[in-house]
Design a protein around this ligand. Structure first.
Ligand code: ZN
Length: 292
């Protein structure tokens, strides 16, 4: 009997210990997406999920909104179950229900985490809080009423330009050089000062509230590629209340997301948005590491 009790106790302690460890170690991620014409979110979301799940740190769920579930108000993920919510490109068809927007705003204000990928900064021009979270965005009627253009000038100064004009453009896909602007930020620490990415769309003329925003990295948008002749923000962080946001303009489609430059910055940005720290290392062969 005593032996039996002892065994039970040992089993109990062992399983409790494992669960305790499990809960403490895993970062819970929710990837959200929704209908949009310009981007193949059905194909890119599984890639984002695989990138995260290749690192044992993350546990990933997925939630897809539809026009119907937005219109009848039934789309309501439980954000508080997650350390970070990844907004994948999509969301063109409908606004999230107002109650869902309010729940997400409260989640973020209280210290939640968010990651905005590529065209996630195109959606919901009228949802004020969301535009504060992404900082800058494009298309969907954005203009001077959305906030200033944000870019870096030749001297390295961050410029907020309030002039009139549309928000959001890009030239043809091409390879471009990403320049690290915040070498000591946890997401960027250990990355080379410049690295190649692409061919991908280099967004330019993004504009928005641009509050509480840090440009981690930029890329020069050349006029030969129908760009602005400015250093455009590529990787950013934003704070919203106690919440942390990592914003990457990279990743038009599957091939771009599989590039080492995307994989490493996405992983480290997601960890940072969830915890405020980064433990995921930069691969020795960055940005040429293979992802399958
Ligand atoms: Zn795109």
């Amino acid at each position: 009997m005593i032996k039996h009790l002892l065994t039970l106790t040992v089993v109990f302690i062992a399983s409790w210990g494992m669960n305790g460890l499990h809960a403490a170690e895993k970062i819970k991620v929710l990837i959200t997406d929704g209908p949009q014409r310009a981007h193949q979110f059905q194909e890119t979301t599984p890639v984002l999920k695989r990138i995260l799940e290749n690192v044992s740190l993350f546990e990933v769920d997925h939630s897809r909104s539809s026009k119907e579930s937005c219109e009848d108000g039934s789309y309501m993920p439980n954000f508080s179950n997650y350390d970070v919510v990844v907004m994948n490109e999509g969301f063109g068809a409908a606004d999230w229900p107002e109650a869902t927007q309010k729940a997400f705003e409260a989640y973020m204000a209280n210290g939640g985490g968010m990651v905005s990928i590529h065209a996630a900064n195109n959606c919901w021009p009228n949802w004020k809080a969301y535009n504060k979270m992404t900082g800058i965005g494009g298309w969907a009627g954005r203009n001077e009423a959305s906030g200033p253009y944000l870019y870096i000038d030749a001297k390295g100064e961050v410029i907020r330009d309030y002039s009139e004009g549309r928000g959001g453009a890009h030239g043809p896909q091409h390879e471009f050089e990403i320049v690290v602007r915040e070498k000591e930020h946890p997401i960027m620490k250990g990355l080379p000062p410049t690295f190649k990415h692409g061919p991908d769309e280099l967004y330019d003329r993004l504009r928005g509230p641009a509050e509480n925003i840090t440009i981690l990295a930029s890329a020069f948008s050349s006029e030969e590629q129908r760009g602005t002749g400015r250093h455009e923000p590529v990787l950013m962080t934003i704070t919203y209340g106690k919440g942390r946001i990592f914003h990457s303009i990279l990743g038009h489609h599957v091939e771009q997301m599989k590039e080492g430059s995307f994989v490493t910055t996405f992983l480290r940005g997601t960890e940072w948005a969830a915890t405020g720290e980064v433990t995921i290392p930069v691969p020795k062969d960055f940005p040429d590491q293979e992802f399958e």
